[in-house]
Design a protein around this ligand. Structure first.
Ligand SMILES: [Zn+2]
Length: 246
């Protein structure tokens, strides 16, 4: 299995980062994409990727940090950098200026275009605007990270050629809407992502998430789609390889 989205440099791993990474590889995770959105840690991400051949990296500025955008073009051409993002729009809290978010989102879509990289899109309660912006970038491919919207928007993003990232919330008992989305979307368009240390699976709610918990997402998808868990890992691995070239 490939964890296509986690934040290994988060400070919650400062005491046991190596154990967390080794546990993931010991439990059958073959590759990890580290999502690096904190400029002060960008250099650490580069070093992490140098240290582990199976850890890859994506650089971006999260919509909450749009106002303190810093350029990362100099980092993108490294062979371990497989994507741009996460970047996008987040309207969950109104304290962030929508216009600036859109501007910084597009700036990063331009980087993805220029370097021919897929884009990892963060879209929270902003689907219509995210869709409208992305539909102007016809050649871009990518993933809608931690998809949390309706089956209708799932269709719309699929029609743009995007994959949907499915995270641990799919294991929550009340996630009826997300389970519906998973049922409807072809497995060939789904990526597994933990978003660790955030959003732990039901079994560990309130605790820290980590890449080795990705099996709980695969298990739930297998249950919803009534297919073997091996098929879920094999096909979603292929999806990750196709999109990120890893
Ligand atoms: Zn994330």
């Amino acid at each position: 299995m490939i964890d296509t989205h986690c934040h290994l440099l988060d400070e919650s791993y400062n005491n046991d980062r190596r154990e967390v990474i080794e546990r993931a590889f010991a439990e059958g995770i073959t590759k990890i994409i580290e999502i690096s959105v904190e400029p002060s840690l960008w250099q650490n991400s580069v070093e992490l990727c140098k240290k582990y051949s199976n850890i890859f990296c994506s650089f971006g500025i999260h919509p909450h940090d749009a106002e303190r955008y810093t350029d990362y073009i100099h980092l993108i051409s490294d062979e371990k950098v497989v994507a741009v993002g996460e970047c996008g729009l987040d309207y969950h809290r109104d304290s962030f200026d929508k216009k600036i978010q859109a501007e910084i989102f597009e700036k990063q879509l331009e980087i993805a275009k220029k370097f021919n990289k897929p884009v990892i899109v963060h879209s929270r309660e902003a689907e219509e605007d995210s869709y409208n912006i992305l539909s102007r970038y016809k050649d871009l491919k990518g993933v809608i990270h931690c998809f949390s919207s309706t089956p209708g928007y799932a269709e719309k993003f699929l029609s743009l050629g995007f994959y949907l990232g499915i995270d641990c919330p799919v294991t929550y008992p009340k996630a009826d809407n997300l389970k519906k989305v998973v049922k409807q979307v072809p497995i060939e368009r789904i990526l597994l992502e933990t978003d660790a240390p955030y959003l732990p699976p039901q079994k560990f709610r309130g605790k820290r998430n980590e890449p080795s918990y990705i099996k709980y997402i695969a298990e739930e998808i297998a249950k919803i789609k009534n297919i073997p868990i091996d098929a879920v890992s094999e096909i979603t691995d292929n999806n990750a390889k196709n999109l990120f070239g890893i």
